[in-house]
Design a binder for this molecule. Structure first.
Ligand SMILES: CSC[C@H]1O[C@H](OP(=O)(O)O)[C@H](O)[C@@H]1O
Ligand SMILES: Nc1ncnc2[nH]cnc12
Length: 307
């Protein structure tokens, strides 16, 4: 992706695609590279604005342009805040995952509906701290409306026997090392379907930022619970090469679908508007509010403190 592009863009991009193994999206022309700086620092990469038939799309590389950020180094707060600040309200996030189920084969895709948090608290995971407290609901961590759109586009995927599974639980582990066999078996016993290192805190921060968020998982291996080969990076990369072609087919179909007028409220995440702001507004009494924390909230939600 070229980076000597204009650094401003006037209209609001509707949708963002983030994730490993998806460095470009065919059929979309890059028109700008944005470099926002947020109160939580800079995002993982420039945010590229791509255009397809007049529709703007924002694209962010989760691990940086050169995959230089380990999962625990991804600046997820800056990523979600920057996306919101440029007008993005819905996020389709791609992720390479290990399969914890026989029936989820390498190269299959999963549209998960649940997460089990196995991160270790070393990643900053909330916008609401340091003098302004808020508690958002997270019972259903993904956006069901976006999930349904992805499911409807399953036919765009190519390959004999490649399946798109329409539900599943992602176990998000800390990494960067892969799991032990005992852990892998425990996650299976817990009901995990797939495993990655990226779903959190991204999904939590998307919820706090009132973004509609759906992850699309691309299976690359059977982790280490099975009798077959244990996961390693070479295996992940081999299947990622195959997966990324399918990811591009799927993403094209999902974007075409989301660009339809009937989906405009979904893309603007109107159903999430006000949900986090309501959870923050009345928690911390004025005497306990920290002015810097208040400014950070104002970055996310301009006009928040104006009564
Ligand atoms: C290279 S294997 C582990 C790595 O792959 C996944 O990254 P992403 O979710 O950005 O596709 C996984 O979460 C780990 O970070
Ligand atoms: N087995 C695995 N564990 C964690 N993250 C992964 N990403 C791809 N495969 C993985």
């Amino acid at each position: 992706m070229p980076i000597d592009l204009p650094s401003h863009f006037d209209s609001k991009p509707a949708i963002v695609i983030g994730g490993t193994g998806l460095g470009a999206i065919d059929g979309y022309t890059p028109v700008a590279a944005l470099h926002p700086v947020t109160p939580w620092g800079k995002p993982s990469s420039p945010i590229f604005i791509l255009e397809h038939a007049g529709v703007p799309i924002a694209f962010l590389a989760r691990h940086g342009l050169h995959h230089q950020l380990a999962p625990h180094e991804v600046p997820a707060r800056a990523n979600m805040a920057a996306l919101r600040s440029i007008g993005v309200r819905s996020v389709i996030a791609f992720s390479a995952v290990g399969s914890l189920r026989e029936e989820i084969k390498p190269m299959d895709f999963v549209v998960p509906d649940q997460i089990i948090d196995r991160t270790k608290g070393v990643r900053p995971f909330t916008f609401f701290e340091g003098g302004v407290v808020g508690h958002v609901g997270f019972a259903d961590p993904f956006d069901a409306g976006l999930g349904r759109v992805v499911e409807r586009c399953a036919a765009a995927m190519k390959g004999d026997g490649v399946t798109l599974h329409t539900a599943g639980t992602v176990v998000c582990m800390e990494g960067p090392q892969f799991s032990t066999r005992a852990e892998s078996n425990m996650y299976r016993a817990w009901g995990g379907s797939v495993i990655n290192m990226s779903a959190l805190p991204e999904a939590k921060l998307a919820r706090e930022a009132e973004l509609a968020y759906q992850m699309i998982c691309m299976a690359t291996d059977y982790d280490c619970w099975q009798d077959s080969e244990d996961v390693d990076v070479a295996m992940v990369m081999k299947f990622m090469a195959a997966n990324s072609a399918n990811a591009k087919h799927l993403v094209g179909a999902v974007l075409d679908e989301l660009c339809k007028l009937e989906n405009s409220d979904l893309v603007l995440a109107k159903h999430w508007a006000g949900s986090a702001q309501g959870a923050v507004k009345f928690m911390t009494k004025p005497a306990g509010r920290d002015p810097e924390a208040m400014k950070r909230i104002e970055y996310l939600f301009p006009g928040f403190w104006a009564e």
